[in-house]
Write a protein that binds this ligand. Structure first.
Ligand code: NI
Ligand code: MN
Length: 226
């Protein structure tokens, strides 16, 4: 499985059987828009953690050109289904087997509304299981005890956690989250995109190191392979 960071909370995941895009926000991201060409992105699935603009801005353009299936909570998929897009609705605690593996939609503590004010359901995260790996994509979330439920049924190979603070967990809480989910290998996301979430990379990595954990912070367009 190859996971490419496309800036902010946008991920492009290549599994043996499917191309999966998560929370596309590229054209509005000054750190990504000149490096990533949206026209080149043709996923089979688009996973959406919640409805905020910094997670869904480029959904329609990319779904249009790729005919991808949008996977999210019921409210978000209904919103896109009404616009004619292909969707797969899920909700919290639910697991579904797809052609590439499985997805479970799990709790996140945050809010979720579209830019036009439409209710976006309750926000969530995903556990992606594919190619014999389990990856936790936390979405925008606070640190929450619900994370402790995850290692009861999944042994994670990677936890993708927000670390930018202000709107989500910051670095210190992400270190605790990494304990809660039972995974010491973390890919940080949701940082640096705008002023409120700028972080000190060196300090963040050092804090993870001191906790005997590994924090990856990828440049836009860079990947890790599991
Ligand atoms: Ni959000
Ligand atoms: Mn966000």
């Amino acid at each position: 499985m190859k996971i490419t960071f496309l800036g902010h909370a946008t991920l492009f995941i290549k599994t043996t059987k499917a191309l999966i895009l998560v929370d596309p926000f590229i054209s509005g991201n000054d750190l990504a828009k000149n490096k990533i060409n949206i026209a080149d992105i043709k996923p089979d699935f688009i996973l959406l953690t919640h409805a905020h603009q910094d997670h869904v801005l480029d959904v329609e353009a990319i779904a249009q050109q790729s005919n991808a299936t949008i996977v999210s909570n019921y409210e978000i998929t209904t919103y896109y289904e009404k616009k004619g897009f292909k969707v797969h609705p899920m909700n919290h605690g639910g697991n579904w087997n797809f052609n590439f593996g499985s997805l479970k939609y799990v709790n996140a503590i945050h809010t979720s509304s579209f830019a036009d004010g439409t209710y976006g359901g309750q926000p969530g995260g995903f556990i992606l299981s594919a190619d014999d790996k389990n990856v936790y994509i936390a979405g925008d979330t606070a640190l929450t005890y619900d994370m402790q439920l995850i290692p009861m049924t999944f042994t994670l190979d990677l936890a993708i956690l927000p670390i930018g603070d202000n709107f989500t967990m910051g670095v210190d809480d992400a270190i605790i989250a990494s304990d809660f989910v039972g995974c010491d290998v973390v890919l940080g996301y949701h940082f640096d995109t705008f002023g409120y979430i700028k972080i000190d990379h060196t300090q963040a990595k050092q804090k993870f190191e001191e906790a005997d954990k590994k924090l990856y912070l990828l440049d836009v367009g860079k990947s890790i392979i599991l």
